[in-house]
Design a protein around this ligand. Sequence first.
Ligand code: DP6
Length: 361
Amino acid sequence: MGGEAEKWVLMVTARTPTNIAVIKYWGKRDETLILPINDSISVTLDPSHLCTTTTVSVSPSFDQDRMWLNGKEISLQGGRFQSCLREIRARAQDVEDKKKGIKINKEDWQKLNLHIASYNNFPTAAGLASSAAGLACLVFSLAKLMNLKEDNSQLSAIARQGSGSACRSLYGGFVKWCMGKEENGSDSLAVQLADEKHWDELVIIIAVVSAQQKETSSTSGMRDTVETSALIEHRAKEVVPKRITEMEGAIQNRDFATFTRLACTDSNQFHAVCLDTYPPIFYMNDTSHRIISCVEKWNRAEETPQVAYTFDAGPNAVMIARNRKTAALLLQRLLYNFPPQSDTDLDSYIIGDKSILQDAG
Ligand code: DP6
């Protein structure tokens, strides 16, 4: 370790977008390593609207690891944060900044403390996959700071231990989280199915039905589902494997009709297993249901589907329009039927494209 009077600070900032699953992850076979009961597929959004920006810094003057989320200090004591920090520190390499006269040997990372400041530009824990962007960004920025040699797929296995869906945010475009077979989770990682340039006419519109924090977290919700639902095993073993193969084909062939059928039915089945959980979990509300009816009615009136919808662990609707023209029409319909800030409960709209992982250097 070196540097003038040990007063130096070294920092890295990274920006990571969230991802939205079109074939859902719901249920773990290992709670600690975060190993899922089925594969899942997602689309990574563009970072302009839904992303986490994280600055990680290290200095010999820091006396403990500390983290701030949206300006408020949060505890780093949780097992998940600790798993990610441990895994990254174990892979840390030598770092040298000649300009600042800093040299950190890989063994030093065990003793040095970190300060982490993270900011979400969208509602946290409202079912907009904030943990996905957050944990992916944390792992990515720390990996840069500590000069890790691992590629994004290997980093995804670390992000997975922070939050399952986070592993898919290590890539842009279309991403598959392979559940893997190994007990130690070494093959439970994300792979990119197609990059962000593939199928770039798709437009994503998110209707923020409620920016309130959800009542049941994904973590406890899926644990209850695995313990009590009679349908979840059928979903994980029989339904999802076939959908994964079909969805991979739909993405490669830009087959919007198949993509829509799979994304919508998978979202509906995910909410069905939530209802089949005891006590039941309700993530969608009346406005969510009315949005589904509106899209279904439109798709049925056309020769071929125009819009796919999917809902995560919250009432907010993620809609994927087949192209820009359809996106404009969709927005028109939504604004007419669900004007923001009205009694429909709808807060706002977010519009974006698929995207690429951004490294702010
Ligand atoms: C409904 O990744 O938030 O968004 O692994 O316990 O942190 P943990 O859960 P999390 O669950 C996300 C569930 C989902 C579906 C999905 O993203 O695939």
